[in-house]
Design a protein around this ligand. Structure first.
Ligand SMILES: Cc1cc2nc3c(=O)[nH]c(=O)nc-3n(C[C@H](O)[C@H](O)[C@H](O)COP(=O)(O)OP(=O)(O)OC[C@H]3O[C@@H](n4cnc5c(N)ncnc54)[C@H](O)[C@@H]3O)c2cc1C
Length: 402
């Protein structure tokens, strides 16, 4: 693409969208740039929303991402939602029924939204995706509730439980799977993370789902009823049962929306339409299949890649398939996962263990290192990333840590 005059639109004013915008300019795109964001805010960072903002360690304003207006030179349409896309015409429809074409391309970076529990809306039931969600939950925690129940023992649920412990609030976590996090880090490591929670006083209930939430006469949540007939009295409930890609607005576009906005290995959904961040489902040569990655690092890199993909045109398009990296902070410990542990045939803890509260676990798929999970093992996790990136054999990887 030439330096550009037709205009590019970025839909989704968050981490992936911001990185796409900065990269377009850095790589020389001079045409008009429009950023459409449903939220009223400039881009902010979500990881602190379930960590520092909840405990009060950070004022919410600290989450805003550095945003150099002069360098980006964009028209920001904030508090506005895209409601339709004509792929052929590269035309967006917004929630006020206005339409505009962007001949140089459109970046779809609309992220993901939290899954909710079925049933009537009750006060005191929270999710955490937006700044407002986090501020509301932080206020609820600051009121020192008698007990918080977290539904779902994923990474976000674990962080909320950790925030409760640090604030001295009794907390229960209810998880339908027998071992929390088993699909992500395997049963052995899932059990270790669960035990870390229990040792800090978190009441973790596993292998039991939530049947329904009960409200009081004022419409406030009062009890969580479980599948096994039990119930937990709760003043605050936090639902952390995963997210769904925000593709509803693309329903009539004709794009493939199976499991997210399906892009090819270079990030293209259709000519002139690229995707970035949590919304994208893409093939992975490294791990096989089509997958969606909900990690901060992926949103940054894929935002940058999407911009380059638009500028490069088909002949210069390159594959996007980095080694995934995710972190989570719980009970003062840094948990990190590099690669993908799904489908691992062997897991080996090569350093530390539960009682040390630091460890490094390696995952084997075939004769290759497929993933590494670390607790307080930053240097080793970075070293593992290099090993996975160069497709190291299991033998080489395990020998590294003897
Ligand atoms: C509470 C929390 C904690 C996290 N902690 C970690 C962590 O510790 N480590 C880690 O690696 N990752 C973490 N993540 C994940 C990480 O924050 C996400 O991967 C990242 O935010 C994805 O960025 P994104 O730009 O793709 O999507 P999002 O950040 O979801 O942004 C998408 C934006 O698009 C907007 N939008 C949606 N539809 C439309 C539309 N039709 N029109 C206009 N705008 C629209 C949305 O309102 C939103 O602002 C966390 C996420 C959350 C929610």
């Amino acid at each position: 693409m030439a330096a550009g005059s037709g205009g590019v639109a970025i839909v989704g004013a968050s981490l992936a969208g911001l990185n796409a915008a900065m990269t377009l300019r850095r790589e020389g795109y001079e045409g008009p740039l429009t950023i459409v964001g449903e939220e009223p805010h400039r881009p902010y960072d979500r990881p602190p929303l379930s960590k520092e903002v909840l405990t009060g360690a950070w004022e919410p304003d600290r989450t805003f991402l550095p945003c150099d207006d002069d360098a980006i030179g964009a028209r920001w349409l904030l508090g506005r939602r895209a409601v339709g896309l004509d792929v052929e015409a590269r035309r967006l429809r917004l929630d006020d029924d206005s339409e505009e074409s962007f001949p140089d391309g459109i970046v779809v970076a609309t992220g993901a939204g939290p899954r909710l529990l079925p049933g009537p809306e009750l006060a005191g039931v929270h999710v955490i995706r937006s700044l407002e969600d986090s501020v509301a939950l932080a206020a609820a925690l600051a009121a020192a509730p008698a007990r918080v129940v977290v539904v779902g023992a994923g990474f976000i649920g674990g962080e909320v439980a950790s925030a409760c412990v640090s604030l001295g609030i009794p907390v229960s976590v209810v998880e339908a799977m027998p071992v929390p996090l088993a699909p992500v880090i395997g049963e052995e490591l899932g059990a270790i993370v669960t035990e870390i929670h229990r040792r800090r006083g978190v009441d973790v209930r596993t292998g039991v789902g939530v049947r329904r939430l009960e409200g009081d006469a004022e419409g406030r949540v009062s009890k969580v009823h479980l599948d096994d007939g039990g119930a937990i009295v709760a003043e605050v409930v936090v639902v952390g049962i995963g997210v769904e890609p925000r593709t509803g607005w693309l329903a009539d576009s004709g794009l493939d929306l199976g499991g997210g906005l399906v892009c090819d290995e270079t990030g293209l959904a259709a000519p002139g339409i690229v995707g970035a961040g949590d919304v994208v489902a893409r093939p992975s040569r490294r791990y096989g299949g089509v997958r969606r990655v909900e990690h901060w690092d992926n949103a940054v890199r894929q935002g940058q890649h999407a911009a380059r993909r638009l500028l490069a045109g088909p002949e210069a398009a390159v594959e996007f398939d980095p080694v995934p990296w995710f972190w989570s902070d719980q009970h003062g410990l840094k948990l990190q996962l590099i690669g993908s542990a799904r489908g691992a045939e062997e897991v080996r803890i090569v350093k530390g263990g539960l009682d040390d509260e630091f460890l490094l676990a390696l995952y084997r798929r075939g004769d290759r290192l497929s993933a590494a999970f670390g607790i307080e093992c930053g240097r080793e996790v970075i070293a593992s990333r290099r090993l996975i990136a160069k497709d190291a054999t299991w033998e080489e990887a395990t020998a590294t840590y003897v």
